[in-house]
Design a protein around this ligand. Structure first.
Ligand code: NAD
Ligand code: MG
Length: 389
């Protein structure tokens, strides 16, 4: 049967890899319903010509004329602005890949969740900024959440076969490009150094998050929501080869893991095919060539972002939303050359401190609008601090 598929954030790294699986599948396997992007007219126009979706949504309304010009002659509906993203997410699809970056993806992903289909969840920031709201929406609609983040996909695969007697979850981290850099060196690293990930090829924001280890912090919070586990049950271990994608330890001392090449098309294919397995064009593991798998404790002095994320998870309530929004704003400032690398975690910590004083942190925002209002406030705090630097 043909699977109707929508890709939210189709022009990004995950979006392109998702469409690569579609491209390689036998004709008639997939029918592309809707694609969305922020402002990448050229890429989405090419995707539209190749995959012939019913509908395209562009968040950036100023690009409307440019896109209309590119798609003249093709029978594709188009929409512009935030409402159009929601419309794309609500169109009837069997599978939606949620691959918008950041809290900008919250409302479109929630709109897809409300339809009750299968959701491939790459957009981890949704769960970080709005875990309670998001999981309540999943329960209400009966949507099936299929984690795409490689670590969570690994744990999901293990738990599907063996859900009982779990003691702890162990998230692996590559350690990013600065795993061996000194704290002194981190003061002067550049944007290009930070974007140069040793193992994974990803979008800019998540690449910076991998360099600060905030990505692992966001993943800790993501895992807590997805697998309903407290912070104390989730450990992080640095594993530079990124062959083991994560592990589950059981009460009898057994540890089960999922392994594979570091290529997002494996977890993407797993989510797209679920409950079946489908082929993915990834390099096969050659164990004779893997000389060693190594493991290290994460260094929380060099990478305070991971500590801040764990503290935010443990504080609960509004703290994870503030953490996420402050981080997005600080990463954008770093990418714009406005702050040094170590400034990212400093700004996040200052935003958490300021909001902890102003807010109780005891209750989480109770709807997407409240989440986005808090997200905006935390970003404003960061902007004010940057001006005062
Ligand atoms: P990316 O930056 O490459 O792409 C982001 C996509 O979101 C693009 O299509 C872009 O047009 C769209 N977008 C950006 N801002 C938007 C806005 N304001 N409104 C609407 N659309 C907007 O990002 P990515 O690396 O593909 O990551 C996507 C998500 O998947 C993130 O949440 C990331 O954490 C997660 N993830 C990515 C990887 C990876 O390997 N890239 C791995 C695990 C998880
Ligand atoms: Mg990951």
């Amino acid at each position: 049967m043909t699977k109707r598929i929508t890709v939210l954030g189709s022009t990004g790294s995950i979006g392109k890899n998702t469409l690569d699986i579609v491209r390689r599948a036998a004709a008639g396997t997939y029918d592309v319903v809707a694609l969305t992007a922020n402002s990448s007219v050229d890429i989405i126009a090419e995707q539209a010509a190749e995959f012939q979706p019913e509908f395209i949504a562009l968040a950036d309304e100023s690009q409307a004329e440019a896109l209309r010009g590119r798609l003249a002659g093709l029978n594709i509906e188009m929409g512009f602005g935030p409402e159009a993203l929601l419309e794309a997410a609500r169109r009837d699809a069997d599978f939606t890949m949620a691959a918008i970056i950041g809290s900008a993806g919250l409302k479109p992903t929630l709109a897809a969740v409300e339809q009750g289909g299968h959701i491939g969840l790459a957009n981890k920031e949704c769960l970080v900024c709005a875990g309670e709201t998001f999981m309540a929406a999943v329960r209400a609609s009966g949507a099936v959440l299929l984690p795409v983040d490689s670590e969570h996909n690994a744990i999901f695969q293990v738990l599907e076969d063996d859900p009982k007697g779990v003691k702890r979850l162990i998230l692996t981290a590559s350690g990013g490009p600065f795993r061996e850099a000194s704290l002194e060196k981190l003061k002067t690293v550049t944007r290009e150094d930070a974007l140069n990930h040793p193992v994974w090829s990803m979008g800019a924001k998540i690449s910076i998050d991998s360099a600060t280890l905030m990505n692992k912090g966001l993943e800790l919070i993501e895992a807590s929501w997805l697998f309903d586990r407290p912070s104390a049950d989730i450990d992080v271990i640095v594993h530079p080869q990124s062959i083991i994608h994560s592990m589950v330890e059981y009460i009898d001392g057994s540890v089960l893991a999922q392994l594979g090449s570091p290529d997002m098309r494996t977890p993407i294919a797993y989510a797209m095919g679920w409950p079946d397995r489908i082929a993915a064009p990834v390099e096969r593991l050659d164990f004779a060539k893997i000389s060693a798998l190594t493991f290290f404790e994460p260094d929380l002095i060099k990478f305070p972002a991971l500590r801040l994320a764990r503290e935010a998870l443990e504080a609960g309530g509004e703290a994870p939303c503030v953490l996420n929004a402050a981080n997005e704003q600080a990463v954008a400032a770093f990418l714009d050359g406005k702050i040094p690398f170590l400034g990212i975690a400093e700004l996040v910590e200052a935003a958490l401190e300021k909001h902890a004083k102003a807010l109780s942190f005891s209750t989480a925002p109770d709807c997407a609008n409240a989440v986005m209002a808090l997200d905006f406030a935390a970003r404003t705090t960061v902007d004010e601090q940057i001006v005062n630097l």
